[in-house]
Design a protein around this ligand. Sequence first.
Ligand code: ADP
Ligand code: ZN
Ligand code: ZN
Length: 814
Amino acid sequence: MRYAEVSVNSPIAQRNTFSYTIPSGLSIEVGQAVWVPFGDKTLQGIVLELTDYPAVEETREIADIIEPRPVLSPPQISLARWISEHYLSPLFDAVALMLPPGFERKVVTFIYSPIPPHEQDTSSLTREQRHVLESVWQQGKVKLRELEKVLGARQARLITAQLIGQGLLAKSYELERVKVKPKRVPYLRLVVKAGEARQEAAKLRQKGAIKQAALIDFLAGQAEPVSWAEARKRVDCDKAVADALVSKGLIEFQQIEVKREPISYQGIAPSAPPKLTAAQKSALKAIRSSLLQEATGQAPPAIFLLHGVTGSGKTELYLQALAETVKLGKRGIVLVPEIALTPQTIERFASRLPHKVAVIHSKLSLGEQFDEWQRIRNGEVDVVIGPRSAVFAPQPELGLIVIDEEHEWTYKQQDKSPRYHTRDVAIKLAKLTGAVVVLGSATPDVETFYHAQRGDYRLLQFPERVVPKEGSPLPQVEVIDLRDELKAGNVSIFSRSLSQATDKAVDNKEQVILFLNRRGGATFIQCRNCGFVLRCRRCEVPLTCHFAEDVLLCHQCNYKMPVPQTCPQCSSQRIKFLGIGTEKLEKEAGHTFPRARLLRWDSDVTRGRYSHQEILNKFRAHNADILIGTQMVAKGLDLPLVTLVGVISADTSLNFPDFRAGERTFQLLSQVLGRAGRGGPKGQVIIQTYSPGHYAIRMAAEHDYASFYEKEIDYRRQLHNPPFSRLARLVYSHTNDARCQREAERMKRLLRGEIEAKGIDELSIIGPAPAFIHRLRGRFRWQLILRGAEPSAFLSQIPIPRGWTVDIDPVGLV
Ligand code: ADP
Ligand code: ZN
Ligand code: ZN
């Protein structure tokens, strides 16, 4: 093979690879990182393929190998190609997901003098030119960036270009220094034999050098070198003491490479697996037989959906399935939502698989991430745990991928390219490696459950908690119709039921959570009298209120109407009710429950590495009676003193302008329900709403996923929404709003033309309309939605103009 197809780290490269000649003398392998010339630069690239023939006539040579050992495995290369094709992202963006942390380096440009000073004719040079030339002579070579600092960027470039033109200077390129290096720490080692060391120690002691004697005695008693940090602690001495012994030739310092291990195993005792319940046993049996078939290559990869309520023993099943995987000589990846990556979760895995677990986490330092990556690639860990990016960990012999809380939206990367969904990536990776996938959730994504119903995935169900508390294992749920409150003369945001129950719980020294779903703020207007919400007549989604212009707007089709003065349903004037935020809720709670100690938990309060944990610890230690919070409080927390959870308004998420609002509400309420009564039989949940009859609320209150699913999948079918279609969301952004709109309309015409030319009439275009977040960091945004069988395949054949971002299979349309 004489040619290599390389994915190059340049925005121009888009979804393409480039052909390069392999120079003789370089041994190039698939997956290797290389330096390649690209335009007038030298850039990083990854070799994706070796071929006998180049794709173009003229090829340039690969400049050099960055690291001999391949950084990407063959399945990872296929995965990167798939991500780039399916999500329409630049190929290198997809490749970069799998590179070692800190890998992407810049090229540094140097200026040097190719001929010796005495052979140069400088008589015709200006003063400034001569000045630059002399400073290059003096230093041998100079970074262009340094010259720019001294002379200003334009001047430096101009003068160097002139001198290069005259052949007096030349450019060369080097790589920026690697930012992360293996960590080395100093160790102490005896240079002499232990017996001799002890004699020396005795002599030193006689001379009064007590510390030196103590240190050498200590080292004489150790079988292996000891870290300097450890030794100085044990002997209580400073560096001068060690230096004195070094100069006497008795000991020496050694730099030893250590791994930065982010899990502290101190205080984590190894734990043994419990005896499985019947449901767990049969699930494990099914997974084990799939793993075995995988190992012998007998069956296509299996995807399991494990549907089980909170506390039904899903995590225990993951642990034992991982143990089986390891027994077969394979390894696993466990994906959890970022918020669930708590010390408790890590501890649970680490205690079952001591020193065999790696954690990947955005809060780790680059050095820690780098070390974890190396450990994983070297096959040193059985299980990698992390949020979505952990699916790209270089885990060799992959046998099992677990996705816990598979319905979580954080599994979709939304804010930057590639806009991939972790579940789809994991399933693709499993197909490429032969691994088994286990998706777990108490409230599976409707699309996932649909696949399980169709038999694409295998359904495993855990209907009951492992340790049912005496009495009812699930909390009592009361749904309050807020329309009745106003009729009864209660204008407070707390219903009579909720305030009584809160008072009672606080008096009993129990704890309360008041939950407010405030995703993106409440933006619909609702009649406080009858609960009516204005919806778009065409799209069915709630209209968004823009008070500044006094209009209601549909963010899917751009339908507009003035904000009405009275309710179209009941003629009440209390129509402009926008809901409240956590701060206001805290204030109101302060008035209504003056004796209770309040604690607020939302993203405004929590910034930094530990503050979530700090708030949680404070609440767990019973330093507050009422916790007020948003989505975060709904996630898997174990708070035994909480007996009451109040949902201030279920309508906020229900009326979000997105077809997944019902599903989202069901998921959130189900999670909230799981919070109450973990400590005993007294758990109670009160849900306040203007839509007590809505199926998402009713079924959540009844803990009835199956009925919810039936209703929801029916609506999806009727409205031709996923899983009965796929979506693509196209967003254009520009500082000029009118231009945004024009461009969106132009794009729509272009797409329509293509659809007609190709005769794909099942593909529909929704919009254009201003995006829900119309203005972001000073830029306006307009969007189009494409709905059909394969919008990604259709779009891949159309050059997408600059300024557009494309989100394939978006999790939200706003
Ligand atoms: P989930 O992940 O579904 O919320 P867990 O696996 O965390 O459920 O189990 C809930 C609780 O029950 C945990 O405290 C766990 O240690 C315990 N548990 C799980 N399986 C068993 C079992 N087979 N025997 C005893 N306790 C178990
Ligand atoms: Zn009304
Ligand atoms: Zn509309």
